[in-house]
Ligand binder design. Structure first.
Ligand code: AMP
Ligand code: ZN
Length: 113
């Protein structure tokens, strides 16, 4: 999608602080971190949100999930972390390209606010 900010970030048309990249996913630091470690994991394919996931996305999302522990380890999150995807209006999603927040290096609140 041409006007999608996270597509542009994944395509390097907009700068970001990269953490990890492969053919399927791109990982970069959140501009407005909510924890000492806060990165965003996106699929290179534009998927609007969890609500827009299709059967064809199984491989990409399966791959993304298997990479989470490696990304977390590379960021020193040996004590644990939280993986979050906000979806839609009530989920307070602000960027309509599926992304997972990986947060760590502090105790997370539950339930979230
Ligand atoms: P959400 O509100 O769940 O859709 O998350 C969107 C996230 O994207 C927020 O945490 C923002 O801080 C982050 N964000 C927005 N624009 C950028 C950007 N250009 N680079 C890095 N993070 C961004
Ligand atoms: Zn996109």
């Amino acid at each position: 999608m041409n006007d999608c900010i996270f597509c542009k970030i994944a395509e390097k048309e907009i700068p970001s602080e990269a953490v990890y990249e492969d053919d399927v996913i791109y990982v970069f630091h959140d501009l407005n971190p909510q924890a000492p470690v806060h990165v965003l994991i996106v699929t290179k394919k534009h998927i609007a949100s969890l609500d827009a996931v299709e059967f064809d996305d199984i491989d990409a999302l399966g791959w993304l999930i298997t990479k989470v522990k490696d990304i977390a380890a590379s960021l020193g999150l040996e004590n644990g972390y939280r993986l979050v995807s906000n979806c839609g209006e009530d989920g307070m999603q602000t960027v309509p390209h599926l992304h997972f927040h990986l947060l760590g290096k502090r105790k997370m609140l539950w339930p979230p606010g």
